[in-house]
Ligand binder design. Structure first.
Ligand code: TEU
Ligand code: CA
Length: 554
């Protein structure tokens, strides 16, 4: 197993719009992030990932880029970005940005030029087609056809996401060279790599064949089989690694692929060390058990979380390394998925928060913590659609109503799955602290005790548990490169695994109660030092109890 900084690192995802607002316009900004760097260093995270901060009209909150080399006006200036990069590096932290290059905004210069002259060079930057009807039956992830007709050019343009997010034509070498240039531009500025938005969608099947209706029904989006793992995907990623991410001295920036729909084996093909493409992929199957989708209101079983990662780890080899995550800016809060209506019961909320942290920080792989996760954030009780800002939720609701769903049922889906749950501003202090103005999206009300300041002051808080687990992971090689052995995987709610240091001198036992009821402790007691959990390992485990203990020689 080769070592790498990103295998040892704990990543922390910032959604800048909702993190900290320095100038009072209600929108989080780069100066806000800079003002909180000491907090992040105190927490102990090693690398920040910032969701998009490039110039954008924000139809999809920055995931629609207008200029890849400019900072969005609301976020600040290039000087702020330089200061942020330096601020991270001065504290021994790294920083990666979000490369949204499957598509651009309709306001990107390339697209304006493509519309003005569809037969000219920029016409071939996008997926444009003539015709009286949409070129195929593919559907957009944000509802409706994936094709939009542009009168002025007499062409249909493909958009897998919002109508203002037009897919680039990666089969055009000029497009690939542009993206490599953009990566080099940011690498020269000192960033340490990119999270790459829907990067597995960049290669579309030649001829753009009709999507299979049955698969469309099953997955919810017709056409996906023709681009989720396209014929040229690996070639394009390997080329971008070589031409964009690798410096003349051979040093490379990290490539973290956001890869919806990628399974274990396809993920290995994209991120295996011998494949020279991505370094890490996000496997989204962890977020919902089979048969469930994000819009379903159901209770997530934490035994599934353990089994998912156990199976994943058992199916990989020494060339592979996995990303460990449970939340991001596109998903509701995991504590709420587990606890439902009980998510504001402090005892349960704390226990589940610590359990999730324990899974993420003690299993082999690279943890990605999403902002707010460390302070046990839960979903927001949005009152109605007027409180939401996300294009996906707004379109999804409209589609449900148009299809005849009752307003009550449609709203229940939105409340279960809206991406805005993850995007409410961070409560730095009781009552807010995110902005002195009016926040762009309703300020989250985390409830008494759950602002960052209160969590920090409370030694028993979820926040302090994250901090201790991060420190533990850093101090003991068992947690990074050590072997893992699963002893139990959630049978009757009991899960346990061992981590052994590479030199064999240290052994750690991690055990969880994945249920809300007290259960018997199943692994016999032995001499140990408890680093996290109750003072002693008694006969029974409390609801959602998590233990991290160093085993001592008998
Ligand atoms: O998301 C891609 C993606 O497929 C999903 O996670 C998405 O939120 C949802 O499932 C669509 O139904 C990425 C970004 O993370 C997301 O914020 C963007 O909206 C999207 O790409 C388009 O750039
Ligand atoms: Ca601001």
């Amino acid at each position: 197993m080769t070592s790498a900084w990103w295998k040892e690192a704990v990543f922390y995802q910032i959604y800048p719009r909702s993190f900290a607002d320095a100038n009072g316009d209600g929108i989080g900004d780069l100066a806000g992030v800079i003002s909180r760097l000491d907090y992040l260093a105190w927490l102990g995270v090693d690398c920040l990932w910032l969701s998009p901060v490039f110039d954008s009209p924000n139809e999809d909150m920055g995931y629609d880029v207008r200029d890849y080399r400019a900072i969005m006006a609301e976020m600040g200036t290039m000087a702020d970005m330089d200061a942020l990069i330096a601020g991270c590096h001065n504290r021994g932290m790294r920083i990666i940005l979000d490369l949204v290059a499957n598509h651009t905004s309709e306001q990107h210069d390339w697209f304006r030029k493509a519309l003005a002259d569809p037969d000219g060079p920029y016409g071939d930057y996008y997926v444009l087609r003539r015709g009286t009807t949409p070129p195929n039956n593919w559907e957009s992830f944000f509802s409706g056809s994936a094709w939009r007709y542009f009168d002025e050019a007499d062409r249909w343009a493909l958009h897998l996401f919002a109508p203002g997010q037009l897919d680039l034509n990666w089969d055009n070498p000029a497009v690939r060279a542009e993206i490599a240039d953009i990566v080099q531009f940011w690498r020269a500025k000192g960033i340490d790599g990119f999270r790459m938005d829907v990067t597995n969608y960049i290669s579309k099947a030649p001829g753009l064949p009709e999507g299979n209706e049955f698969i469309g029904e099953l997955i919810g989006f017709t056409g996906i089989e023709h681009y989720f793992y396209g014929p040229k995907l690996h070639d394009y990623l390997a080329e971008l690694r070589r031409d964009g991410f690798t410096s003349p001295d051979g040093e490379g920036g990290i490539m973290v692929g956001e890869t919806p729909g990628i399974g274990v084996e396809t993920g290995r093909l994209l991120s295996g060390a011998d494949r020279a493409a991505l370094d890490l992929v996000f496997n989204f199957d962890v977020l919902e058990p089979p048969g469930k989708i994000r819009w379903d209101d159901y209770r997530y079983d934490l035994a599934y979380l353990v089994r998912f990662y156990r199976d994943y780890l058992e199916r990989i080899g020494s060339n592979d390394w996995i990303a460990l995550f449970v939340e991001n800016h596109d998903n509701p809060r995991m504590i709420s998925k587990v606890l439902g209506q009980a998510d504001r019961d402090p005892a349960l909320r704390d226990a589940v928060g610590v359990l999730i942290a324990t899974v993420q920080l003690t299993l082999p792989g690279t943890p990605f913590i999403f902002q707010g996760q460390e302070v046990a954030s839960v979903n927001q009780p949005f009152a109605d659609l007027s409180e939401l800002r996300d294009v996906e939720s707004i379109n999804h609701y409209a589609k449900l109503i148009a299809d005849g769903t009752s307003p009550a049922d449609a709203w229940a889906e939105i409340l279960a799955g809206s991406r805005d749950h993850a995007r409410t501003p961070i409560a730095w202090e009781p009552g807010g602290g995110f902005t002195i103005g009016t926040p762009w999206l309703a300020q989250s009300d985390p409830g008494p005790g759950y602002s960052v300041a209160e969590q920090r002051a409370n030694p028993d808080s979820v926040l302090n548990a994250y901090r201790e687990l991060i420190a533990l992971r850093r101090a003991h090689p068992a947690f990074v490169y050590g072997d893992v052995t699963f002893l139990a995987s959630g049978e009757r709610g009991y899960a346990a695994w061992l981590r052994t240091s590479p030199d064999g001198t240290e052994r750690w036992l991690i055990e969880l109660n994945t249920t809300g009821k007290a259960i018997p402790r199943r692994i016999a007691d032995g001499p140990c030092e408890i680093a996290l959990g109750p003072p002693t390992r008694g006969e029974r485990m409390r609801p959602y109890e998590a233990v991290v203990a160093r085993l001592l020689p008998r």
